[in-house]
Design a protein around this ligand. Structure first.
Ligand code: UDP
Length: 479
């Protein structure tokens, strides 16, 4: 049964297939690959998994793999590869043009030296497929990006959209409603280099792709993707919902566990009424200017709603805190500094809405928890995800459409406090004009959860993946 895990001593004798998991450098991708590792182990304990990360990400990978907790994930080993440091934060690997490639040499060495039986690597490292082909091992890519965004980005890269030529672009040939977007809202990487093109070539060329999504949520986009983009596609998400299978603690997921303080916000939520609190959180990467944080603080105060706001480490200069604000909001606001147990928060009954930057993990966590979203995309493919949840699925509403929005910091306007206050209170009104959005979110929760339960579509895709992978490793084929 999935709950009978092997102990470390059994492992040495029984493990047969050695599979390397290679995440992209950012936290959200490391956590989702760790969740996926749990899902694989729970369903096939005979696969030996090793997560391969840069030295700077070892600590985060270790806490993502729940080393301290004795769950099944502690069976996943960690291996590091050298990676040159770039940019102003020396030694810290970050996202940006160019550094998609910088891991290549180190990973090539590690793979040659250890010769795993297969690799599962982030789609943002498309060149891994060439290394795997050289080593004659199957390579499966892992997408932490939605199927919808993958399809839309493919259209944009084929159209060769460049900045300055057009205001808007329209995607042709996709199922569902027309997708028309301002060029300002496209990720800069699609406008610049051939990173995206390389990803699509690699996906088509390699053994297959695993997408952290589920068929019930992305419906016809999964069918379209399967038909046009990959040899084999497996939709195995939402992987975050799988933690009970391998007895993982959701409270400590991905966080540097600091004892009691992590749980304070959950205890605070216990004191609030059902669906009465707005969660405000913008993922693991985005950083706000002080002026925007100040506006947001005033907007939250003006909304008169209960709120739980996660302010990232990088925003901790405190310049943004309005005078005496903390006292004024004390009875209905809670600010978490640094890393919050987001999954546990979203699943708490007191949460009634989520102001999100539309990172794909956050969206899936909200969908699975049945929480409606107010969208505030900031960068990367987040505006495309916003289109999916607002215009296609209908489980979210835009926080602000009035001013200039952009993926580029220098081109965007501040979202004003009056808008934030007004939209939040409108969104939270019981039986108000957003009640259909709330209903849609509540309906979708069970759809996403059932995908990852016994007999669900994601579990079927996972079994197919495991059997295809084992066949390929046994017959030593990489296509
Ligand atoms: N997360 C968390 N606590 C935080 C911030 C983020 O647990 O304080 C988790 C969140 O639950 C999600 C991931 O980090 O799983 C963020 O991924 P997402 O794709 O939403 O955004 P990104 O960080 O890539 O911008």
């Amino acid at each position: 049964s999935p709950n009978n895990f092997l102990t470390n001593s059994d492992k040495v004798n029984l493990k047969k297939w050695r599979v390397f998991l290679i995440p992209f450098f950012v936290r959200s991708h490391i956590i989702s690959l760790a969740d996926f590792a749990g899902l694989l182990l729970a369903n096939h304990p005979d696969i030996e998994l090793t997560m391969v990360v840069t030295p700077n990400n070892t600590k985060f990978a270790t806490s993502s793999l729940d080393k301290s907790n004795g769950s099944a994930l502690h069976l996943v080993q960690i291996l590091t590869y050298p990676c040159p440091s770039i940019g102003p934060q020396s030694g810290v690997e970050t996202v940006g043009t160019g550094n998609f490639h910088m891991a290549r040499q180190g990973l090539e060495q590690v793979l040659q030296q250890h010769k795993p039986d297969a690799v599962i690597a982030d789609v943002l490292f498309p060149w891994i497929t060439a290394i795997a082909a050289y080593l004659k091992i199957p390579c499966i890519l892992f997408s932490a990006i939605s199927t919808f965004s993958m399809l839309v980005l493919d259209c944009f890269q084929k159209m060769r959209v460049r900045p300055g030529l057009l205001d808007h672009v329209t995607v042709l040939g996709l199922p569902g409603p027309e997708v028309r977007m301002p060029v300002l809202e496209l990720p800069s990487f699609v406008l610049k280099d051939n990173t995206v093109e390389n990803v699509y070539k690699a996906v088509l060329d390699t053994f297959g792709i695993v997408v952290n999504t589920c068929r019930g949520v992305e419906l016809e986009y999964c069918d379209e993707f399967e038909k046009t983009q990959a040899r084999r596609a497996y939709f195995v998400g939402p992987v975050t919902v799988s933690y009970p299978m391998y007895q993982r603690s959701i409270i400590e997921r991905g966080g540097e566990v600091e004892g009691e303080s992590e749980n304070n916000c959950l205890r605070w939520l216990d004191t609030k009424n059902e669906r009465s609190v707005v969660l405000v959180s913008f993922g693991s990467l985005c950083v706000f200017k002080s002026a925007q944080l100040h506006e947001l603080a005033m907007g939250l105060e003006g909304s008169r709603q209960n709120f739980l706001w996660v302010v990232r480490d990088a925003d901790q200069s405190d310049e943004w805190i309005p005078e005496e604000w903390e006292e004024r909001i004390a009875d209905r606001g809670f600010v978490v500094r640094g890393w919050a147990p987001q999954l546990a928060i979203l699943e708490h009954a007191a949460i009634g809405a989520f102001v999100t930057h539309c990172g794909w993990n956050s969206i899936q966590e909200a969908i699975a928890a049945g929480v409606p979203m107010l969208t505030w995309p900031l960068a990367s493919e987040q505006f495309i995800n916003e289109k999916l949840v607002v215009d296609v699925i209908g489980c979210a509403a835009r926080l602000w459409e009035g001013g200039k929005r952009s993926t580029r910091e220098t081109e965007k306007e501040l979202v004003p406090r009056t808008i934030i206050a007004h939209e939040l209170s409108r969104f939270m009104e019981p039986e108000g004009e957003f009640s259909s959005v709330h209903r849609k979110a509540q309906e979708l929760g069970p759809v996403a959860r059932s995908a990852i339960a016994d007999g669900g579509s994601s579990m079927r895709d996972l079994s197919r993946l495991i059997s295809d992978l084992i066949n390929a490793m046994e017959s030593k084929t990489c296509q």
